[in-house]
Design a protein around this ligand. Structure first.
Ligand code: F6R
Length: 607
């Protein structure tokens, strides 16, 4: 949710802090701050605006000299976005500064305890407790003090700590919140996300849950919960730094929409060997699969919408009953899962708190958990029995596009692979489906050529009132994603309704001039949807239909968007593209901050 950076080395710390924060701003952007250690004192600068204003406030960093520092970009949980609540937070004597990602669960009790000792709190945050606790336990060894403080914390944290007595050191600690250490010659970095580190180093050490690290310009020493040294080899990040930059596009979202064919091709082709789907290292085998009586797909937001497509495809190909659940509902509903249920968890970031908690719930009940994740080594990936990575590359825009598309591609591949293993699909049928999946990137390329038409439609889009997306089956799954895309970045109310459900209530919202987008790629149900189109038109709606190229019958709609025709089970992959573009153009034309929509953050690491 929030982003953390830290630096200790031979250069001014502020250069990396400001650059790193700008790269992490997509994770949370309602306020930000930095703390730099100089001449035995910690200086802090904060803003309730964007990182750009922190640059101006510090005269591009010149007002904050010093070679060790920490920084934070915030997505408010405890207390409104304000200077007082922005991180870093200081101990009462100003000798410790702390940045924190995560959420404490025993903050109220700790606050009372510290207040009783005379600590006067300056913010409403849970984080401020931490520097006060560290100060209380400090007896000359900052690592020991941090270890004692974190022992008192319930909940999740990734911490960067600066101590005024230690001129070139940083202390880091984590539990259930990601934190990485970057190693370079003469500099050691801290970041909650690898995108901040990439321009400086590719040598990365991942801190494990419960560990503490001491960072110096020469490197990092790791300690486990009991304070014993931990040896770990640094790993090398292989993906391209350019992948995390805009590369000439106006927005990351636009770039990521355009990258989808390539991202899907990578995700698919890496799994194919000798014309067969190969998932190397998967523990799930024919024996385990044959014991599965039900599949539970669990995710949040767009990943949940990918799961909605997965449900149709799984039931069609595997003939195994498949349930779809929102992670935040699943985790609290005493779910009926056990050893005969396969839980499929979907998450781009691999850090979504509700999804992770649902995963743990399923595992605790004996279910085999297979996750579909983009971020390698993320918490969800590590906690799962099996992981399939999507290889979408870093996704920076808050609204997901290539994350969603690559999730779809993996769901298709997994369904074909598992159906073959269970003997529910002949080699010929599987071969035909695999060919159709491999042909998707070209079809997606062609769908991207609809950009001018979608830009034109967006320019004529209503600026008030609700936009409806209707569809049936797979089209309804896409309708939900299309509506979410539009509302989250353009702030226009948009809703998805299953075609057959309209007359059970939502049709009362249809009136003269209302825009209804009818997703009509499911040939089998096109006649049924035509009935729904006529129903809304009769009440004054203007209907834009999305149909496959080559469909013979004319659509009753007022305007038509034609997407490439693909295999009937795979239509979501092409159908979603024009409506990602539509949402993008509507938001851009309304002057919205496309990559950083209000109130949102990229990975939702709080419940
Ligand atoms: C919407 C969007 C969110 C995420 C959701 C789950 O564009 O990006 O709805 O899909 O927060 O995130 P992950 O996939 O990281 O678990």
């Amino acid at each position: 949710m929030c982003g953390i950076v830290g630096y200790t080395g031979n250069e001014p710390a502020i250069d990396f802090l400001l650059d790193g924060l700008a790269r992490l701003e997509y994770r949370g952007y309602d306020s930000a701050g930095v703390a730099v250690l100089n001449g035995g004192n910690i200086a802090v600068e904060k803003t309730v605006e964007r990182i750009g204003s922190l640059k101006r406030q510090t005269r591009n960093g010149r007002s904050l000299p010093g070679r060790a520092g920490i920084g934070h970009t915030r997505w408010a949980t405890h207390g409104a976005p304000s200077l007082a609540n922005a991180h870093p937070h200081l101990s009462a004597d100003g000798r410790f500064a702390v940045v924190h990602n995560g959420i404490l669960e025993n903050d109220a009790a700790l606050r009372r305890e510290l207040a009783a000792e005379g600590v006067a709190f300056r913010s409403e945050t849970d984080t401020e407790i931490i520097p006060h606790l560290i100060r209380r336990y400090y007896e000359g060894d900052p690592v020991a003090a941090v270890a004692k403080a974190v022992e008192r914390l319930a909940g999740s944290y990734a911490l960067g700590v600066l101590c005024a007595d230690c001129p070139d050191r940083l202390i880091a600690a984590r539990r259930f919140s990601p934190l990485l250490i970057g190693l370079a010659d003469g500099a050691t970095y801290l970041a909650s996300d690898v995108t901040a580190l990439l321009p400086r180093t590719r040598r990365v050490l991942e801190l494990a849950d419960g560990e503490i690290a001491l960072l110096t310009p020469q490197g990092a020493r790791l300690f486990d919960r009991e304070g014993r040294p931990v040896e770990r080899e640094a790993s090398r990040v292989t993906f391209d730094v350019g992948a995390a930059e805009k590369g000439g596009w106006a927005h990351f979202m636009q770039k990521e929409i355009m990258e989808q064919p390539q991202a899907v091709a990578q995700t698919v082709e890496r799994r194919i060997s000798g014309g067969e789907i190969v998932f190397s290292g998967l523990r799930l085998d024919a024996a385990l699969l044959s014991r599965i009586r039900r599949i539970a797909i669990v995710a949040c937001g767009s990943a949940y919408h990918a799961g909605a497509v997965g449900k149709y495809v799984f039931e069609e190909l595997l003939r195994i009953p498949t349930e779809l659940d929102l992670a935040s509902e699943f985790r609290y509903r005493n779910p009926l899962v056990g050893a005969d249920v396969l839980t499929v968890v979907i998450s781009q970031s691999g850090e979504t708190a509700d999804t992770l908690a649902a995963l743990r719930e399923a595992k605790a009940r004996g279910s085999h958990v297979l996750s579909i994740v983009n971020v390698v080594g993320s918490s969800i990936a590590r906690a799962s029995d099996d992981v399939l990575y999507t290889f979408a590359g870093p996704e920076i825009a808050v609204a997901t596009t290539k994350g969603y598309s690559t999730q779809l591609a993996l769901l298709y591949l997994f369904a074909v692979w598992a159906a073959r293993l269970l003997g529910r699909l002949s080699a010929d049928e599987a071969g035909r489906l695999l060919d159709a999946i491999r042909a998707l990137p070209q079809a997606m390329e062609r769908a991207l050529r609809l950009a001018p038409q979608m830009e034109d439609l967006a320019s004529r889009s209503p600026t008030d009132g609700s936009i409806f997306f209707i569809g049936r089956n797979l089209d309804y799954a896409v309708a939900q994603e299309a509506a979410l895309k539009l509302k989250e970045i353009s702030y226009l109310p948009a809703q998805a309704c299953a075609g057959g459900e309209l007359k059970h209530g939502s049709i009362s919202l249809i009136e003269e001039g209302r825009t209804v987008i009818a997703l009509d790629c499911c040939d089998r149900l096109s006649d049924k949807l035509a009935g729904n189109i006529r129903e809304v038109q009769a009440r004054g709606a203007r209907v834009i239909a999305c149909v496959p190229e080559g469909r013979a019958e004319p659509s009753a709609a007022d305007e038509t968007v034609r997407v490439p025709a693909v295999h009937p089970l795979l239509t979501a992959s092409v159908e979603v593209i024009p409506f990602q573009l539509y949402a993008y153009f509507v938001a851009r034309d309304r002057g919205c901050d496309v990559d950083k929509p209000r109130n949102l953050a990229k990975s939702v690491t709080v419940e």
